[in-house]
Ligand binder design. Structure first.
Ligand SMILES: [Zn+2]
Length: 124
């Protein structure tokens, strides 16, 4: 299931990147469209970002599957509940650790910008 989803996403991300590139090429020739195509490009970039994040989550889940740690929390090593894995197949943490992490991130975001994205400690 994960393998299939991954190759689907990979193709989709590739397609999006291609689209964004050709959109950028068009922009160079039709400068007068200016603002609107900038917004379009921004939207496309955030879609690509989102897909790439999902792809990293899938890669991480597959890596854990190979290591035999899939289904176990990366923080406390407890088994993640079946219900949670069904709802979030790429979950890397149990509900408790995830909530604790979200709470700290929320608190951190009040004092300053979020730290840069670390692909090894993925949230779901
Ligand atoms: Zn945990």
């Amino acid at each position: 299931m994960l393998e299939r989803r991954r190759s689907e996403l990979r193709n989709e991300v590739k397609g999006r990147i291609r689209d964004a590139r050709s959109a950028t090429d068009r922009d160079r020739t039709t400068e007068h469209e200016g603002l609107e195509s900038d917004v379009q490009a921004d939207i496309q970039l955030s879609v690509i970002q989102l897909k790439a994040d999902t792809l990293r989550r899938i890669d991480s889940a597959l890596r854990r599957l190979e290591e035999g740690t899939y289904g176990h929390c990366i923080e406390c090593q407890e088994a993640i509940s079946k219900e949670r894995l069904l709802a979030l197949p790429f979950a890397a943490r149990c509900t408790g650790c995830q909530q604790a992490r979200e709470t700290t991130q929320r608190q951190r975001s009040w004092v300053g910008p979020r730290r840069s994205y670390d692909p090894l400690t993925l949230d779901v």
